[in-house]
Design a protein around this ligand. Structure first.
Ligand code: SF4
Ligand code: SF4
Length: 188
């Protein structure tokens, strides 16, 4: 079987161009075949399905796209690009759209994913490895979701999944430098 991808360049609005420049994905190549949405594990619970998001990008619907919950609920499982006849990398698009959403102050109020990401990265930067108990405590305090999943804590403690003292790895200065370079685009 011969597979062919139709690469469409030089068309589309400002949003499609920006997404392509930031992510390398080509939203204007989408044929709206829906194969991505039929395999996506979060399509049924998010506010947009993958093919709808791509269509919104094609139609230059910046406000809708940047305020979407879907861009945060994507798990980057890569199912969509595996199924896509046009190799549209929706996971990469979502990574770029998350950055754009935060920069524009459009993050969907119902999502706590940005808080989780911030807490996770802060712990990794300071400790060098994730500290689950500290991660959970900080996330719950910042989101107010104090009792959510609390029933799972006893079993996790008993299995040793929530050690009281978290790890601390040497190389804090190197980590700080890595984070600085990443924040600047990783080019220096
Ligand atoms: S599978 Fe690819 S071509 Fe089909 S709708 Fe999804 S992104 Fe578009
Ligand atoms: S990478 Fe994201 S959009 Fe694609 S199938 Fe997985 S969850 Fe859905």
């Amino acid at each position: 079987m011969i597979a062919a991808t139709i690469e469409i360049g030089g068309v589309g609005g400002a949003l499609a161009s920006e997404v392509k420049a930031r992510s390398g994905a080509s939203p204007m190549s989408c044929l709206q075949c829906l194969k991505c949405s039929s395999g996506c594990p979060v399509a049924s619970r998010a506010d947009l399905k993958p093919h709808e998001l791509v269509r919104m990008v094609q139609m230059d619907q910046r406000e809708v796209v940047l305020a979407s919950r879907f861009i945060w609920e994507c798990t980057s499982c890569q199912t969509c690009i595996t199924r896509c006849p046009q190799q549209v990398n929706i996971a990469a698009m979502n990574d770029a759209l998350r950055v754009m959403s935060r920069a524009a102050g459009k993050v969907a109020p119902e999502t706590t994913v940005p808080v989780f990401n911030d807490v996770f990265l802060s712990i990794v930067r300071n400790r060098g490895r994730v500290y689950e108990l500290g991660l959970m405590a900080s996330y719950k305090l910042r989101t107010g979701r104090l009792l959510e999943d609390a029933d799972k804590a006893p079993m996790m403690f008993s299995k040793g999944k929530l050690p009281l003292l978290g790890p601390r790895v040497r190389g804090r200065d190197q980590r700080r430098e890595m984070f600085r370079r990443a924040a600047e685009g990783g080019n220096k």
